[in-house]
Design a binder for this molecule. Structure first.
Ligand SMILES: [Zn+2]
Length: 475
C-alpha cells in the first residue's frame, strides 16, 4: 500500500522554519550581549517538532506500515514469511520514495517448531491435566513417543546443583518467577532470560531428560512465551519448553500435593540448514555529507507464535515512518538518515553482525544508531550515548519533550546496532513504558490489535525529530 506524502507542504514548512529561525535570532541578539548563542538557535526546531507530531498523529503512517508487516504473519528468521516480509518492506520503502532501497544478505539459523506441542501432568491424585506449552527456540524435539518422567522443581540453578542425584532421569522444572518488585520491567527480564536460555544446559548437566521453564512474562495467563535457548556441545541436548505462568503454577501446586506427579512432553521441532536472508535498507540521502549516517532501526524477524507486532514490527514501522515524515515535510537533511530493518535479532543477531561488517560500511561513518525494540507503547524517552558522550546530546531534550516524551538520558542501544559500536557509533534506543510489553513479548498475544496507533506514532515522531536534528547539526 502506498502511503502518500503531501506535495508542496515541504516548501511551506521550510518558510515557517526559516521565519522561526529569524525570530529566534532577533530575540536572542536583543537579549544576549555579544550575539546569539547556540541553544537559542536550536530551540527554533521546536515548532518543526510540533508540526511533525501533529502530522504523524493525523496520518498514523507507522500503524499502516505495521499492518502490512504483520499481514504476512510470524516472521521467524529463515521462514517463507520472513522472506515475504523482506520483499514487502523493500516495496514499502520504494513506494515511499526512499533513496537506495536495497537488501543486504545475512546468514540466519533456521529452526522449525513443527506441529503444536503437547504437555500434560499425570498425577494419581489430580488426574491428567493438559498444560499450555511451547518449545523454546533452538530446542530439539522429543522422541516420537514423547518424554514422560517424574519432575524436579527448582527455582534456581544453585538449587538444581544442590539436588544432586535427585535430578537424574527427571524433567527439570525451572520455576523461578518474575521479580515484580522492579518498576522497569526489563530489570526483571534478565534473570528470566538466564533461566530460559540455560535451562537445557543445566538440566543436561544434572542428568535430567528434559527442561521446562516458567514463561518469561509479567502476566499470569495461559500463554506460553518462547525465546532463544542454547545447548552446550559438551553435554547431551535435551528438549526445552516453556510453560504458561498459569500452567507452571498448576504444576507446582500439583507437585506439592503429589511429588510422584509425572510430566509428559511431546515436541517435533527441529533445526534446519542455515538460510540466506536479508536486512532491508532505505534512506534519505544527505545533501552535504551523505557518507555520515544517522541510523534508525528495528528487527523484521519475529518469533513464530504471534505476528511480531510489538516485537519488533513496531520498531520497523517506526523507522520507516520516521523517514516518511521527514520526506513528507520536505526536509533536506545534511547527513544521510537511514532505516535498517534487521533480520534475525531473535535467533542470534546475524543481521546486525553482517550489517556492521559489510564492505559497504568501509566508505560510511555511522554517527548515531537508534534502535526501537521495546514495543510500540507510549515512549517515555530516548537513551543515547554513555556518560562521556551524552553531554553532546543533552541539548535536544526539550525537542523530545515538545513531542510528548519526558527525557533524553545516557544509555540505550540494542542487539541489532550493538556491532556498530566498535566503529565508534553512538548507541541510542527508544524507551517506551515497559509495563505491558512482557504481557505480549514472544507469545501468541503479540498481534496487531495489541498496538495502539497513536502510541506507536509518537515513537516514530520522536525518532524522526531526533534523527533530523542530528543529521542537520551533527554530533
Ligand atoms: Zn525484539
Amino acid at each position: 500500500m502506498m502511503i502518500p506524502g503531501i506535495p508542496g507542504e515541504g516548501e511551506a514548512m521550510n518558510k515557517i522554519l526559516n521565519k522561526g529561525l529569524g525570530v529566534a535570532a532577533i530575540l536572542c541578539c536583543l537579549q544576549i550581549p555579544g550575539g546569539c548563542s547556540a541553544p537559542e538557535q536550536r530551540s527554533s526546531y521546536e515548532p518543526l517538532a510540533r508540526t511533525i507530531l501533529a502530522r504523524g498523529l493525523t496520518e498514523q503512517g507507522a500503524y499502516r506500515v505495521l499492518e502490512q508487516i504483520t499481514s504476512v504473519g510470524p516472521r521467524l528468521a529463515g521462514s517463507p514469511q520472513a522472506a515475504a516480509a523482506v520483499d514487502l518492506a523493500a516495496g514499502i520503502m520504494r513506494d515511499l520514495g526512499f533513496d537506495d532501497v536495497h537488501l543486504e544478505p545475512a546468514q540466519v539459523e533456521h529452526w522449525l517448531r513443527g506441529e503444536p506441542e503437547q504437555a500434560r501432568l499425570v498425577s494419581t491424585k489430580a488426574g491428567t491435566i493438559p498444560l499450555d506449552v511451547c518449545a523454546l527456540g533452538g530446542s530439539i524435539g522429543t522422541p516420537a513417543d514423547g518424554v514422560s518422567a517424574e519432575i524436579l522443581e527448582v527455582k534456581s540453578f544453585d538449587e538444581l546443583r544442590r539436588a544432586g542425584e535427585k535430578a537424574r532421569g527427571r524433567v527439570i522444572f525451572f520455576n523461578r518467577a518474575w521479580d515484580q518488585s522492579k518498576l522497569e520491567t526489563f530489570a526483571g527480564y534478565g534473570p528470566m532470560v538466564q533461566q530460559r536460555d540455560l535451562c537445557a544446559i543445566e538440566a543436561a548437566r544434572a542428568g535430567g531428560v528434559a527442561a521446562v521453564a516458567r514463561s518469561a512474562t509479567t502476566s499470569l495467563d495461559d500463554y506460553p512465551h518462547t525465546g532463544l535457548m542454547h545447548y552446550d556441545p559438551a553435554l547431551p541436548p535435551v528438549p526445552a519448553a516453556a510453560l504458561s505462568t498459569k500452567s507452571a503454577d498448576r504444576l507446582s501446586e500439583t507437585l506439592a500435593e503429589d511429588p510422584s506427579t509425572r510430566l509428559y512432553l511431546w515436541m517435533n521441532c527441529r533445526g534446519e540448514a542455515p538460510v540466506t536472508s536479508y536486512n532491508v535498507v532505505g534512506e534519505i540521502r544527505g545533501g552535504e555529507l551523505p557518507s555520515e549516517i544517522i541510523l534508525l532501526g528495528g528487527h523484521l524477524d519475529s518469533w513464530d507464535l504471534g505476528a511480531g507486532a510489538h516485537d519488533d514490527g513496531a520498531g520497523c514501522s517506526q523507522a520507516v515512518e520516521a523517514l516518511r515524515l521527514i520526506r513528507a515535510m520536505g526536509l533536506k537533511p545534511k547527513r544521510t538518515i537511514r532505516a535498517v530493518l534487521f533480520m534475525d535479532e531473535e535467533f542470534g543477531g546475524a543481521g546486525g553482525r553482517d550489517y556492521a561488517r559489510s564492505d559497504r560500511r568501509k566508505s560510511e561513518k555511522h554517527l548515531v544508531a537508534i534502535e526501537s525494540d521495546r514495543g510500540g507503547f507510549r515512549p517515555l524517552g530516548i537513551g543515547i550515548g554513555n556518560q562521556s558522550t551524552f553531554p553532546k546530546f543533552q541539548k535536544w531534550e526539550p525537542l523530545l519533550q515538545a513531542v510528548g516524551l519526558f527525557w533524553l538520558r545516557p544509555g540505550g542501544g540494542g542487539v541489532d546496532i550493538a556491532p556498530l559500536a566498535a566503529q565508534g557509533t553512538v548507541m541510542g534506543g527508544l524507551v517506551p513504558d515497559s509495563q505491558r510489553y512482557f504481557d505480549f513479548h514472544h507469545s501468541a498475544r503479540d498481534v496487531l490489535s495489541a498496538v495502539n496507533p497513536r502510541e506507536l506514532e509518537i515513537g516514530a515522531v520522536a525518532m524522526a525529530v531526533l534523527a533530523y536534528v542530528l543529521a542537520k547539526e551533527g554530533i
